[in-house]
Ligand binder design. Structure first.
Ligand code: NDP
Length: 330
């Protein structure tokens, strides 16, 4: 019976409490595959969990951590065998299934993917849900016919995890990327990731009395929502597309139908959590080929799990730049 450390969320009189606990493999809830976790990562949703806020964890006790990478120890399915390197993002982790902020996890096979050749486990978590979602957004734009060589593509919340990886991938694919950020100190960083121009977030989120602005962008990856997404929609050119995945700036959307009916703009919703296996394999494959590993390394920090609560507060207040890999052994 192997004893290990896990970050555990419990509810006491309706309030969520977060603390490290010792637990054992026997106490893990049922799953198809037992994984020795090497790394997890830090995403916006992890910030919500580890600060005890509602909205993500749907049962208790719960181990937070929406991502994990590690080695299969035991498997009840022939699709995975002991020794396989596997990665799991979303798929109910930290919602209904115990997640990656522990040294072991038992997971469902449905959303588990073999680590693509050429990616180390640390880099897989530098990508994590954020990078997975960024690539889903890029694929969505491609499917809508947004091509390199056309008009600029804007990425909002560009200094964050999803935004940084979206900028890097789009730039590597040859798109002219405009990065929108609220942090002046990230301008050089975003240029190094490949943005041709960096704009202040107020440009897109400013109130406008006009339903349509100049047709500047051929496409957009929006991680912010709210007034920013409304501004993006006003600025998309004829037959352009927006991949909307986030709510860092709000869940509301005050817009008109005019971008859709006069410019034929497409608004594509992106969900990473329940993405089916087939799509996951495609997305990881594209990440392995279309994301420069040097650029990925330059946006990544590794932090110990022991610091996770403070890191969670930082990501919710928009202070984390790029990606944080979480070492669950520290
Ligand atoms: P991060 O915190 O790393 O990035 C969010 C970025 O949004 C910040 O860095 C900041 O960028 C910008 N931002 C923060 N607060 C505000 C604000 N009040 N107004 C405008 N911009 C703001 O988070 P992630 O990259 O992990 O996630 C980004 C968003 O995408 C989140 O809302 C998250 O929930 C969502 N998401 C959705 C997924 C899905 O499956 N649909 C999967 C993954 C994430 P800057 O400082 O550059 O302006």
């Amino acid at each position: 019976m192997s004893i290990f450390r896990a970050l555990m969320a419990t509810q006491v009189e309706g309030k969520t409490q977060i603390a490290f606990q010792e637990t054992s493999i026997d106490q893990l809830p049922p799953g198809d595959v037992l994984v020795k976790v090497a790394f997890s990562s830090l995403n916006y949703k992890d910030g919500i969990c580890v600060t005890g806020k509602p909205g993500v964890m749907r049962s208790f006790p719960m181990v937070p951590g929406i991502d994990l990478v590690g080695t299969v120890v035991d498997s009840a399915t022939p699709e995975f065998v002991a020794g396989d390197s596997v990665v799991l993002t979303g798929g109910g982790l930290a919602e209904t299934q115990w997640g990656g902020y522990a040294e072991y996890a038992k997971v469902r096979k449905d959303f588990l993917v073999n680590l693509p050749a050429g990616l180390t486990s640390k880099r897989a978590m530098a990508i994590g849900t954020a990078g997975f979602t960024a690539m889903q957004c890029v694929l969505a734009l491609e499917k809508q016919g947004v091509k390199p060589g056309g008009k600029e593509v804007v990425v909002t919340g560009a200094g964050g995890g999803v935004g940084s990886i979206a900028v890097a991938v789009l730039a590597k694919l040859g798109y002219k990327v405009v990065a929108s950020t609220g942090r002046a100190e990230t301008h050089d960083y975003l240029s190094r990731l490949g943005a041709v121009e960096v704009i202040d977030r107020s440009v897109l989120s400013a109130e406008s009395k006009r339903p349509l602005d100049a047709e500047r962008f051929g496409g957009a990856v929006d991680t912010v929502g709210g007034a920013t997404l409304a501004g993006v929609l006003r600025s998309i050119a004829y037959r352009g597309a927006v991949a909307a995945c986030g709510l860092a700036g709000g869940t509301g959307l005050a817009t008109t139908v005019l971008p859709f009916i006069l410019r034929g703009v497409t608004l594509v919703g992106i969900d990473s959590v329940r993405a089916p296996q087939e799509e996951r394999i495609e997305v990881w494959g594209r990440l392995a080929s279309d994301l420069s590993l040097d650029v990925l390394d330059s946006m990544t920090e590794v932090k110990p799990l022991s610091e996770i609560v403070a890191l969670g507060e930082q990501i919710l207040s928009g202070q984390i730049r790029g990606r944080v890999v979480v070492d669950v052994s520290e």
